[in-house]
Design a protein around this ligand. Structure first.
Ligand SMILES: [Zn+2]
Length: 320
């Protein structure tokens, strides 16, 4: 699985960071999904291998502008480029009304259909072939959700030791068995495929949170996650100064939660623009605060960072 960060700032863009947008896809796949779509997200997409033509679905965590104001522009561009494939959009109920209002007011007629769903609809069954997706309600000034993406298709693995031990010669029949098909060998033996398949590996899972001041709401969702992507808008000191009004998390609170939940890879994002490398409040303040709580693999996302989550659950920067 791959993650490409398209925006990692909260509220307003900075010279280095756009606001929220995150692409997710299976390794090597053309199609991909987008979580949040701040204004300017389509400009970031142009700097990646991704294309709006192969975008399969958009998931919006909540209705604040730094998470969804880029969606009308992205849809319009896909239309101008001649997209005809349907696009799935999952988001809070007001999202559809907002987009349809903009489309009507600007007489935007898209040459492709939109399939609308709310986060609650995800419980009804699978939307995508690549991932099963679930939603967890969070705590923010307006309704906000986290989306969990679990890979849907796990490859079958042959038990080659057993095949050899039973004198089943390596041939095209191994491929048949790997596909799960029972076969008859040239010597007449009937082979049941499942007897020669190893137990499937665990499905990889990535959880992407929306804005949220109670990371513990993700306890169930993060339990089997390989990666948690969560906002860490401030340090705890700044959060205390500002007060609870904005309903964001500090790096300390997210890291404490991740440590307790046994999250293996924690990626922090959605940083307040007050944190800038080279400025009086460097990003290392957030990083140091998180590291003091969390001994796992900690990353602070930067725009256009491209991460690969391998089958063993290791998350690393992709070499382009
Ligand atoms: Zn935000």
């Amino acid at each position: 699985m791959e993650l490409i960060f398209l925006g990692t700032s909260s509220g307003t863009p900075t010279r280095q960071r756009n606001m929220s947008g995150l692409a997710l896809r299976l390794r090597g796949a053309r199609s991909w999904v987008l979580v949040d779509c701040a204004e300017g997200t389509q400009h970031r997409i142009l700097r990646t291998p991704l294309s709006v033509m192969s975008l399969r679905a958009v998931f919006i965590t909540h209705m604040h502008g730094d998470h969804c104001y880029g969606l009308p522009g992205l849809l319009a561009s896909a239309g101008l480029l001649g997209r005809t494939e349907p696009l799935t959009i999952v988001g809070p109920p007001p999202l559809r009304a907002m987009i349809e209002c903009i489309m009507q007011a600007s007489e935007l007629n898209l040459p492709f259909p939109l399939a609308w769903f709310t986060p609650d609809d995800l419980a009804a069954g699978p939307l995508l072939p690549e991932f099963s997706v679930d939603a967890t309600p969070l705590s923010h000034r307006i309704p906000s959700w986290a989306y969990g993406f679990t890979e849907a298709a796990i490859e079958r693995r042959l038990d080659t030791d057993k095949l050899r031990a039973d004198a089943i010669p390596s041939s095209a029949l191994w491929g048949e068995i790997q596909q799960g098909r029972d076969v008859v060998l040239p010597d007449g033996r009937a082979i049941t495929a499942r007897d020669y398949l190893l137990p499937p590996r665990r499905a990889r899972r990535i959880v992407v949170g929306g804005d949220n001041d109670r990371p513990e709401l993700l306890a169930a969702s993060a339990q089997d996650a390989d990666v948690l992507v969560h906002e860490a808008t401030y340090t705890e000191e700044v959060l205390q100064k500002i007060g609870p009004g904005p309903q964001h998390s500090s790096a300390m609170r997210v890291a404490q939660f991740a440590a307790g939940a046994g999250v293996r890879n924690l990626v922090l994002t959605h940083f307040s623009p007050r944190y800038q490398d080279g400025g009086p409040l460097p990003l290392s303040l957030l990083e140091d605060e998180a590291r003091a709580q969390y001994a796992g693999h900690l990353l602070l996302a930067r725009d256009l960072d491209h991460y690969v989550l391998d089958r063993a659950g290791e998350l690393r920067l992709a070499v382009e």
